[in-house]
Write a protein that binds this ligand. Structure first.
Ligand code: B4P
Length: 191
């Protein structure tokens, strides 16, 4: 199996690049952001709980997100591999993912970490807020809170994978196509 993590701050282009990568490599896309937004749209109790955190720019509790990923892995037993987008976002989520992968007899191959300046992140997210209908993109304070949450809780996830030599860094600024080519180059070297 080829199991990849696409990592980076909010607005770094994880969702954008994931759509292209899953087509090229035939992977199952698992985006915790998309899964949570789908729960919110269906007004499930999980969605209602998650919305409280997301609207403030805060991370949703680990147990909620890990449970969602566990069931997504169980319902996709026969895929070529997974592309994790926006997960793991805390070291506890990373440790849980390793255990879940082990249960499937597989592991994470590589974390692709996209680097984008804070100024560019703000521009992208507020621009998307004009059209996306996403409540967490429209308010500048919420966007800033998401970036702060990234520094406080998520950046450490890269350290977790660094200890296993699994991190490659890719510049996340420039054209979508150029970034995609850089990501593919790194993946192709690993497979
Ligand atoms: P996510 O849905 O994961 O979203 P994101 O980090 O905001 O966006 P992403 O990096 O995918 O950016 P995108 O490609 O869309 O998270 C939302 C919330 O869900 C979190 O704040 C949190 O509350 C919760 N959550 C999710 N996962 C969680 C977890 N594991 N644990 C706890 N909580 C969790 O790109 C952004 C914009 O930039 C787009 O408009 C795009 O068109 C543009 N763009 C992309 N590439 C570009 C480029 N090269 N040049 C110019 N613009 C570009």
């Amino acid at each position: 199996m080829l199991n990849l993590i696409l990592f980076g701050p909010p607005g770094s282009g994880k969702g954008t690049q994931s759509e292209k990568l899953i087509v090229k490599y035939g992977l199952k896309h698992l985006s915790t952001g998309d899964l949570l937004r789908s729960e919110i749209a269906q007004q499930t109790s999980l969605g209602l709980e998650a919305k409280n955190f997301m609207d403030k720019g805060q991370l949703v509790p680990d147990a909620v997100v890990i449970g969602m990923i566990r069931s997504a892995l169980e319902t996709n037993p026969d895929v070529k591999g997974f592309l994790f987008d926006g997960f793991p976002r805390t070291p506890a989520q990373a440790a849980a993912l390793d255990e879940l992968m082990e249960l499937k007899g597989t592991s994470i191959n590589t974390m692709l970490a996209m680097e984008v300046s804070e100024q560019e992140l703000m521009i992208r997210l507020l621009k998307r807020g004009e059209t996306s209908g996403r409540s967490d993109d429209t308010n500048e304070e919420v966007v800033k809170a998401r970036i702060t949450e990234y520094h406080n809780k998520t950046a450490a996830v890269a350290d977790y994978y660094h200890q296993f030599g699994k991190v490659v860094t890719v510049k996340g600024e420039g054209s979508i196509e150029a970034i995609f080519n850089s990501l593919c180059k790194e993946i192709d070297q690993k497979i």
